[in-house]
Design a protein around this ligand. Structure first.
Ligand SMILES: C[S@@+](CC[C@H](N)C(=O)[O-])C[C@H]1O[C@@H](n2cnc3c(N)ncnc32)[C@H](O)[C@@H]1O
Length: 215
């Protein structure tokens, strides 16, 4: 039997580009990696230069642990990445305090969370954050930069794709809908290059980021 991930790999060329455009401002922050860096919640992706930690022992994961209690000493990491994880954690405040604890003085944390985004369980999905709500979790860390990674058009396109799939009676048709609609819609993602310049973009923003520094 051909397994699902084999099929996905074999037909990867068919998959449409993501329906989201990433704001380049997010990566224009100077936050160099150090000798030790931590990537929380990679979902099995490669994270070169980082200790790769996830709740589950997936591919490429070095440490399987709950980030609410990181198995590391204080002041150990120069950089901590926590991208699309807080919404899946039972106690996100604990993760933020653990990030603060394990960061070395002068070290940087990069946090990303969704605002307007469909339900997605990894393995659960508890909440969404406004930028104000995310700031409430910063503790004693200093804000270096805050902004939108993906904007209102991303919100519209990911929602439209999920909406269309809701009408499909089985997995095969949902997959076909994802591929066909995905190819048709993805060019619209570039509209966010315009919309993200508007001060009102936050009303329908998709994912936002926060760069923090430990004093
Ligand atoms: C949505 S995926 C994010 C994947 C990746 N960071 C990205 O942006 O593409 C969320 C990941 O966080 C992990 N995760 C969820 N809760 C966690 C926790 N309390 N501690 C560590 N990892 C967690 C999940 O297992 C999953 O791999």
């Amino acid at each position: 039997m051909v397994r699902q991930y084999d099929l996905r790999q074999r037909f990867q060329w068919l998959l449409p580009p993501a329906p989201v455009w990433h704001n380049p401002a997010e990566t224009q922050v100077t936050a160099p990696l150090g000798r030790w860096n931590l990537y929380i919640g990679s979902a099995g992706a490669h994270a070169p230069g980082y200790v790769n930690l996830d709740l589950f022992p997936l591919a490429n994961v070095d440490v399987a642990a709950n980030a609410e209690a990181l198995p590391f000493a204080n002041n150990q990491f120069q950089r901590v990445e926590c991208d699309a994880v807080l919404e899946h954690a039972e106690f996100p405040e604990k993760i933020m305090r653990e990030i603060e604890r394990v960061l070395a003085p002068g070290g940087f944390a990069h946090i990303v969370v969704p605002f307007c985004h469909p339900y997605h369980a990894y393995p659960t999905d508890f909440r969404r954050y406004t930028p104000d709500g995310l700031l409430q979790l910063k503790g004693n860390l200093e804000v270096i930069a805050q902004g939108w990674r993906t904007g209102p058009t991303s919100t519209l396109l990911v929602t439209l794709l999920e909406y269309a799939k809701l009408w499909m009676p089985n997995k095969a048709l949902r997959g076909l809908t994802h591929v066909t609609l995905g190819w048709l819609l993805f060019p619209l993602r570039y509209l966010d290059a315009i919309l993200l310049k508007k001060p009102t973009a936050h009303i329908l923003g998709n994912h936002h980021y926060l760069w923090l520094r430990k004093p």
